[in-house]
Ligand binder design. Structure first.
Ligand code: ZN
Length: 287
């Protein structure tokens, strides 16, 4: 079962979060038919969105969007407060080989920006952007947390893709100190984390999210909550219609003039929606 855990290091002011999301990432891979480099990028951003969702309140969502000048172009994941996650990658058929033992996500992403969009509910959004540091996604999320949110954070994300292209391990962990954290603990964690094995290796070895945290920090963890994760897309025909409305009257008129049923495919789950000419005409009348 895919899960996420949130806790604190016992008696210390250190927030710890981890996720094992192998099945979710494998499910996303099958929807999007991604090749290994695209799978790794999408898996890392899914794990990152789950980790950041640990701070959400009821009704809230967080979206991470990596936009770069590399062949992948754009990778997006969104996670809500119930850990329902969905994702897509603009160019799914990308495989660029390895860099050392790891899939070379940085080169596939290139230079660009990480955008973090918080949907606070009631049509209230908060967006912030940072320049990509490596394009490897984990370091970029850590940089965003350190710079934009001023929370000293270490982030490790990993995806292991099997030779048949399926996902054998996906997940990650995040360690965040607070202003009250003792300096000795901060220094200890820096040392400990620099020696920690990659998240993908821990998951390949069968570790749960709690075991991963205990292994990474080497101290007892007090669990705040554990939650199940699932891939879920909230798209509906009504939302597709709303998206078409935002194109404006002229675009809708052009669609009607073409005289063909309009097919719209959801980016996140590939579900297909059809709009007949009659529906488009009604839409135009309502505008
Ligand atoms: Zn959908």
């Amino acid at each position: 079962m895919d899960e996420t855990i949130k806790g604190i290091i016992k008696d210390e002011n250190v927030l710890v979060t981890a996720t094992v999301c192998t099945e979710t990432v494998e499910y996303a891979r099958r929807i999007h038919d991604t090749w290994p480099t695209a799978t790794a990028a999408m898996g890392r951003i899914i794990a990152g969105a789950i980790l950041l969702a640990s701070t959400l309140k009821e009704g809230q969502k967080i979206m991470l969007q990596v936009k770069g000048d590399g062949p992948l172009k754009e990778v997006v994941a969104e996670c809500d407060w119930l850990y329902r996650v969905r994702a897509y990658v603009k160019r799914p058929h990308i495989y660029m080989g390895l860099k050392g033992e790891k899939i070379d996500v940085g080169r596939a992403v290139g230079k660009g920006f990480l955008n973090v969009i918080r949907d606070l509910g009631l049509r209230e959004y908060y967006q912030s952007s940072v320049e990509l540091q490596t394009g490897e996604i984990a370091t970029d999320i850590a940089y965003y947390l350190n710079v934009s949110e001023q929370i000293p954070s270490a982030v490790s994300l990993g995806v292991f893709v099997e030779t048949d292209n399926s996902v054998r391990a996906a997940g990650g962990f995040m360690i965040q100190t607070m202003p009250e954290t003792k300096i000795e603990i901060v220094e200890y964690l820096e040392r400990k984390l620099s020696e920690a094995q990659p998240a993908s290796s821990m998951i390949l070895n069968g570790m749960t999210s709690l075991q991963m945290l205990e292994e990474a920090v080497g101290l007892p963890i007090e669990v705040i909550h554990i939650a199940e994760i699932k891939y879920y897309c909230s798209c509906t025909k009504e939302r597709v219609i709303n998206a078409i409305i935002t194109l404006g009257r002229d675009e809708i008129k052009k669609m009607i003039e073409k005289g063909k049923t309009v097919n719209v495919e959801c980016y996140f789950c590939k579900k297909k929606y059809k709009l007949s000419i009659e529906e488009l005409r009604n839409l135009l009348r309502e505008l």
